[in-house]
Design a protein around this ligand. Sequence first.
Ligand code: ADP
Ligand code: MG
Length: 247
Amino acid sequence: MTLELQEVNKTFAGTPALEDISLEIRNGETTVIVGPSGSGKSTLLRCINLLEIPEKGKLQLGDILINFAEKISNKTKQKLRRNTAMVFQDFNLFSHLTAVENVMEGPLTVLKQEKSTVRQRAQEFLDMVGLSDKYDSFPARLSGGQQQRVAIARALAMEPQYLLFDEPTSALDPELEIEVLRVLQRLAHERLSMVLVTHNIDFARLVADRVIFLEDGKIEFDGPTAEFFASKNERIRRFIHSLKLEV
Ligand code: ADP
Ligand code: MG
């Protein structure tokens, strides 16, 4: 099902962070959001997950319809959050739970699934991110890359319609970044529906079906990846080159 935003506006203390954002994020695609620091990328993801509530605009995901001008019921909020799992820059794992327990937490407490099947499934999700040998490790004993892969398994375990990633590798050393990017690349190949904020422009080019370019809280580009990288638009060209070594 398509995720749709219509004329979404979000301000912080009167300063606009998002202005009239309208977009469609299609099912089974990887959409990459790029843009300069402060352009509203995190705010956009957070609005999709209702971690921020816009003042105006609409959001639709399947039969979930939200008009931000009206009060949102808790039931609607929960339903939307279940269908949009977020992976953060700094992992946000429970430190007192093992890797497998971290992955089990959502299915047990939120989805109320059977404990007997939850562990088995959690292990399968850890297998998917290459952590078959770390089920019982606590986060403190894992590298940053491994912790982020647990966080990805935890998001997958909720079986959401959309996976949202906010700069998932920016806290990692390069060799650990690669292991996380490989996992994301695999998920993209499996046609999961993902929205990914990243500064890694080469990775964006590799995995994105579509690119959204934000600047000053507005969408300056929204289209197929090849079109973005071939764009003659001066601002887009300058932005791409600012993140690359070669000319
Ligand atoms: P990006 O992720 O693209 O770097 P953000 O979405 O974090 O940008 O921020 C967009 C704008 O909104 C920035 O000007 C930022 O300072 C502001 N902003 C973001 N979150 C808050 C907040 N919680 N309170 C006040 N201002 C915020
Ligand atoms: Mg950000």
